[in-house]
Structure formats: structure tokens, C-alpha cells
Write a protein that binds this ligand. Structure first.
Ligand code: HEC
Ligand code: HEC
Length: 336
């Protein structure tokens, strides 16, 4: 064998070795990253030692209002009657939890949990506080942001306590919840999300506009009314709507532009805004939806019970937003 052959063989062997070592290093990096995400994230958020009164009727009433009419928890946490306009909750099943079928594109399968005492009865007040404001369960598992814990993390501490006080009074429903399944790699990436709650100080909710802004933020109107790109809200298009929803009754509906542009709320009066919500107050007048008929995931019947002064404050806040043009965008397209 010539010496050139030997050199070629040697170089080949060396190349194979380098390749192998590189593969091993890359595998090592992948495995250790996965393990780190799995074992060390989410960063622990301590369970606070808080006590919520079970008999303070003012607090429970405030909680009922937030749960049923502002945050409208049952838009996700109860089965809804899609055959009726805006899909009101099926009476008597409040808080039972359910999988909300294909209403919007989501990165996985989500099963909103049972939030009645059947599930939360053995959680401490601090544990419920943590899951609502940080999205970390009793067992330390992280929830995906579809459960709007970042919005609830901005509630005043008193409002979160009010929600907890009310949850304790809900009728217990004996039903197990499925576990949500989030697509890879988001199931790991979401472990790194910032989960530190950032409660609003009551002092900064003074003016009507500030109160409106606070209500919009804790109701998470943004979730449906701000377009998203790859799971992130597009800040420059805040509240301009146009987000697409697949309706279980057939067809697609697109959220409305809530900014003060001609294509949004510019020409609306405060009275018309309030009236639009109040029109859905009587459940029996919501109207049946035929296949492919106009329908919406916006829980109008739940918001309809909001105080008139709160609706007015929301309107005043929306009027302060940057106007965005969405002319020519559809509102509803039936299936053909
Ligand atoms: C937009 C839909 C949505 C809204 C609105 C919503 N949730 Fe959730 N919630 C979920 C989903 C989905 C889960 C389960 C998430 C998961 O498993 O990753 C969840 C989980 C929870 C859990 C955890 C229970 C457990 O066993 O781990 C609690 C408690 C909870 N929600 C309470 C509330 C309350 C109270 C409100 C209103 C103030 C609310 N949620 C509003 C979707 C929602
Ligand atoms: C689950 C998604 C969802 C949530 C949450 C939601 N909306 Fe909507 N909203 C829609 C969709 C879709 C439409 C368009 C269809 C319709 O008429 O309901 C709409 C329509 C509207 C309209 C009617 C505007 C018009 O031009 O006719 C107003 C006003 C409105 N939303 C305000 C709000 C406010 C304020 C909040 C928070 C308190 C909110 N929405 C929360 C999805 C949502």
C-alpha cells in the first residue's frame, strides 16, 4: 500500500471521528436543553400565604361579577350552546369545564378544567391565587397562556381574592377534566415564559378611562380583538380586530375593529355601545342559529350583565386608542 493511500485512509478515519464527536456533542446539547427545560422550568413561583374570607358577601359579589360578567370564565370553562347566538353557557353546567371545539387556531388541544369545588376544593387559597395569576397548578405544572393568567396577573390583589371567594361558592360538579396537550416544541418553550404576576395598584384606577382600560385588560378583550402572528400579539395592530374564528355552526366570523377609526367605533355613540351589549341581556331573545348562520364566539350574553357605568368606561377607553384602518375586511363568511 502506497503512502498516499495510507494518508487518505487516515484522513477519512479522522473525518468520521470528527463527525461522530460532533453528532454526540449536538445530541448532548439537545438532551441537556430538554432536560433543563423539563426539570428547572418554569422558575418556581412560591405559593403565597393568603387567606380569603368565605363569608365576606361584598367580596363574593364582586367575584361573581368578575367571573360571570367581566372575565367571563365560562366562555371556556363550561359547555356552550352553539345553536343559540353567541353560545351562552348551558344552564346548570357553569364551571364544569370542557374542550372548546375549533373556535380559533390553537397550538394543541386544550381542555379548560373543572373550576368548581369538585376540582379546587382541596387547593389552598394561595394555590388558586398562583394558578390564576401565574398559570402554575397545585402540582407545579405550567399552563399555556390560552388560560389568560397574564391578564389575571394584572388584576388588583383584591379582585383576585374576590374571584377565589366566589369560586368557593360555586355548585360542585362531579366531572373530571382532560389534560391539555400542547404541540412540541411550544410545550417546552412555554416553560420559559415569564410568570411573575404584576398586580395593578388600586391607586392607578382613578379616572373613567383608567377604569375602562383596567376592565378591558382583565376581560382580555385583546385575546380576540388583537391580531396575532406566530402566537404573539401584533402590538401595532392593537384592538383592530379581523381575527378569524371557525364557527361550530359553520362559516367564519372575524372580530370587530374596536379602535376609533371609521372602520371601527368612530361613529358609535356611548349609548349605542351600551345598547349593543344590553341587547343580549335576555337569554331567551338571543335567537337560534341555523347551520351557516351568523354566529360569534364573543360571549355577549355574559358581558350583557356588566354595569352600565363599566361599559361606558370601556367605551371611553377604546376611544383613546390609536385609530387603525380595516376597511374592506369581512365580518362573516358562510361555508359554500
Ligand atoms: C380563553 C379561555 C379561558 C378563560 C377565559 C379562562 N380559562 Fe381557566 N383555563 C383555561 C384552560 C384551557 C385551562 C387548562 C389549561 C392547560 O391545561 O394548559 C384552564 C385552567 C384553569 C385552572 C387550573 C385548574 C387545574 O386543575 O389545573 C383554573 C383554576 C382556572 N382555569 C380558572 C379560571 C378562572 C377563575 C377564570 C376566569 C377568571 C378562567 N379560568 C378563565 C382556559 C380559560
Ligand atoms: C372570544 C372572542 C371575543 C372576546 C373575548 C371579545 N370579543 Fe368582541 N367580538 C368578537 C367577534 C368575533 C366579533 C364580531 C362578531 C360579533 O358581532 O360578535 C366581536 C364584536 C364586538 C363588537 C361589535 C362591534 C361592531 O362593529 O359590530 C364590540 C363592541 C366588541 N366586540 C367589544 C368587545 C369587548 C369590549 C370585549 C371585552 C370585554 C370583547 N369584545 C371580547 C370576539 C370577541
Amino acid at each position: 500500500m502506497g503512502s498516499t493511500d495510507k494518508t487518505i485512509k487516515k484522513t477519512r478515519a479522522l473525518r468520521t471521528k470528527i463527525l461522530l464527536i460532533t453528532v454526540v456533542i449536538i445530541l448532548f446539547i439537545i438532551v441537556s436543553t430538554l432536560l433543563t427545560l423539563q426539570c428547572y422550568f418554569p422558575r418556581p413561583i412560591a405559593v403565597q400565604d393568603i387567606k380569603v374570607s368565605r363569608s365576606d358577601t361584598t367580596l363574593i359579589k364582586r367575584g361573581a361579577y368578575l367571573v360571570n360578567n367581566v372575565a367571563a370564565c365560562n366562555q371556556c370553562h363550561a359547555p356552550r350552546d352553539w345553536g343559540t347566538f353567541s353560545a351562552p353557557v348551558i344552564a346548570g353546567r357553569e364551571g364544569e369545564g370542557e374542550y372548546t371545539p375549533g373556535v380559533e387556531e390553537l397550538p394543541g388541544k386544550f381542555y379548560p378544567s373543572n373550576i368548581t369545588p369538585h376540582n379546587l376544593g382541596n387547593w389552598s387559597d394561595g394555590e388558586i391565587y398562583r394558578v390564576l395569576t401565574s398559570g402554575i397548578t397545585k402540582d407545579g405544572d405550567p399552563l399555556f397562556q390560552f388560560m389568560p393568567y397574564d391578564a389575571y396577573g394584572k388584576m388588583t390583589t383584591n379582585d383576585v381574592k374576590a374571584v377565589i371567594a366566589y369560586l368557593r361558592t360555586m355548585t360542585s360538579i362531579n366531572k373530571e377534566s382532560h389534560e391539555s396537550k400542547i404541540d412540541f416544541p411550544l410545550n417546552l418553550i412555554m416553560r420559559t415564559f415569564d410568570r411573575k404576576p404584576n398586580p395593578t395598584a388600586p391607586e392607578v384606577i382613578k379616572t373613567e378611562v383608567q377604569r375602562g382600560g383596567y376592565l378591558v385588560s382583565i376581560a382580555e378583550c385583546r385575546a380576540c380583538h388583537t391580531p396575532m402572528n406566530k402566537g404573539q400579539f401584533i402590538d401595532s395592530l392593537r384592538f383592530s380586530g379581523t381575527k378569524e374564528f371557525v364557527l361550530p355552526t359553520g362559516g367564519h366570523v372575524y372580530s370587530a375593529n374596536l379602535t376609533p377609526h371609521e372602520s371601527g367605533l368612530k361613529s358609535w355613540t356611548e349609548e349605542a355601545f351600551v345598547a349593543r351589549f344590553k341587547a343580549h341581556k335576555d337569554r331567551n331573545s338571543l335567537g337560534k342559529v341555523e347551520k351557516n348562520g351568523y354566529n360569534t364566539p364573543m360571549p355577549w350574553s355574559m358581558y350583557a350583565q356588566m354595569d352600565e357605568k363599566d361599559l361606558k368606561a370601556i367605551f371611553k377607553y377604546l376611544k383613546t386608542l390609536k385609530p387603525i384602518n380595516t376597511s374592506g375586511k369581512p365580518r362573516f363568511t358562510p361555508n359554500i
